[in-house]
Design a protein around this ligand. Sequence first.
Ligand code: AMP
Length: 280
Amino acid sequence: MKIIRTVKDLRRKVSLARKSGKKIGLVPTMGALHNGHGALVRQSVRAGNFTVVSIFVNPLQFGPGEDLDRYPRRLPMDAQLVAEAGGDVVFAPSVEEMYPFGTSNTLVVNEALENLYCGSYRPGHFRGVLTVVAKLFQQCQPDRVYFGQKDYQQLFLIRRMVQDLDMPIKVVGVPTVREKDGLAMSSRNEYLSTKDRQGALAIWRTLQSLKASYANGERKIDKMRKMATFHIQEVGGKLQYIEFADKFTLEPREGRLDGAVVVLLAAFFGKTRLIDNCEL
Ligand code: AMP
C-alpha cells in the first residue's frame, strides 16, 4: 500500500494498474477513517479494482464557523486501515496540490438540489463537494466509485452529476455501517461527550419508530415530524431538520406520504451535528 501526494504520481500509478488490465476503483474520503469507510474500500477490493482511497479535508465544502480546523487528521492510522482493507493506494494531496490557485473558480453546481435538506443549513457545501469529487474523478479516472448511503443527498447529487455530465463512471452506493447500538458510524462521532453519545442513539430510535409507524399505516408527515422532534428533544438533542423526500427525484414531500420515500434528518447533540436517513 502506497501513500501518494501528487496528481502526477497518482496518474502514473493508475495508468500502470490499468495497463496491467485492472479496473480502477476510487473511494473519496476526508480521512479519520472508520469501519464505514472500510466497507467502501472492501467493496471496491472485492470487485477486483485497483483501489485508490483519497483522503482530503476539502476546505471548499466547509462553511464559516464549521469544523474545518478541528476535523480529525491522522494519516498514519488511516493508511493502516486502508492497507488492512486491501486498498492499493492512499491519495492524500495537500490543499496547495488540490487548489494551486488558492481555490477553484470553476464550480460544479446542482442548482435544483443544492439548497435542499443539508444544503439549506450549509450554504455552498454541495458545490464544494461536487467540485472536489469532479476533480478527484479527473485526477484518478476511475471506472467505479464508492460512496456511502449515510450521506444520502451527497450520493444522490453525485449520481446526478455523473449522469448530467456524461462521466463514464459507475457510482456504487454502499449501505450505512452502524455501531452495535445503531448509531451510524461517522468521523464526527468522536466529538461527542459520553452523555451526548448516549443521547445520539435517539436518532436510531427515531428512524426505527418512523419505520414502525409507517408500517402500521401512518402517512401524515406532521405526525411523523412531531414524533421525531419528541424523541430527539427527550434526550436533550436538537433536531435541525427532518424531511421526507421522493427516493427517485429527492423532491420534498409535504402533507401525506406515498410512493418510495426517504427520511432525511440532522440533529445536534452538544455542538456536534449528526445526519442519518432511512428509506420507508
Ligand atoms: P467522509 O470521510 O465523511 O467524507 O465520508 C467518505 C465516504 O464514506 C462517503 O461516501 C460517506 O458516505 C461514506 N461513509 C461515511 N460514514 C459511513 C458509514 N457509517 N457507512 C457507510 N459509508 C459511510
